[in-house]
Design a protein around this ligand. Structure first.
Ligand SMILES: [Zn+2]
Length: 63
């Protein structure tokens, strides 16, 4: 599947491709193409729930 999101730090719009399995069942972390910050897109396992090391981004669209 593909997600399009906008970085909330540098406003870079970008798309990433990963498996639906990872998005629905696992953990998905992507690195911003613009500023290099790491975004936590999905955390179904709760690994990073309390972590401050990731920036929440807003997801513009996904298919
Ligand atoms: Zn960025």
């Amino acid at each position: 599947m593909q997600i399009v999101f906008t970085c909330n730090k540098c406003e870079t719009r970008q798309s990433k491709i990963f498996t639906r399995m990872a998005y629905e069942k696992g953990v998905v972390i992507v690195k911003c193409d613009g500023c290099g910050v790491q975004h936590l897109l999905a955390d179904n396992l709760g690994y990073f729930y309390d972590s401050t090391g990731f920036t929440k981004c807003r997801i513009a669209a996904h298919t």
